[in-house]
Ligand binder design. Sequence first.
Ligand SMILES: [Zn+2]
Length: 159
Amino acid sequence: MAIPSSFWPQEAAVAGKRDVQKVPYVALYDGRLQGVVSSGSDIERVYVSFFEAGSLDYYCSTNNNRPCGGLRGSPCKHLMSLVGEAAAEYGLEPVARFLRLPGDITALKNVSDLMRRMSSGSQTKDPAGQVFSRFLNYLRYLELAGEPAQPLPEMSWFV
Ligand SMILES: [Zn+2]
């Protein structure tokens, strides 16, 4: 059976570079691994996803703040993509350290290892408001990027 490549974010990590089409925004910020993940089917839609450091609780919602339909007792494919892109951006160990994963994080070999260690969290009802407001800032930067301007330091995750 063919499995959609978006289910296997480790490919992006192996390539060693970010896929900004699929995951335009990823950040380790405010105790959360958070980001914005493009919908696979609708280019107008994005998902706002996060994992909390420590508890590893997670949440995913659309840009209209509707709960993601892919959340059914386990992280959806957006959250998996987010982890893969975070690993590509920051590296496995820094992401594991930020999330305060238990055990020996130097033994992590790939994103699948990382995801396995992150399975202790559960879906939180916490609205994604914080992530969402940063996402709106991000959209503002996208509009700014339409005209030639000085590089913005906040955009450094694109480099
Ligand atoms: Zn989702």
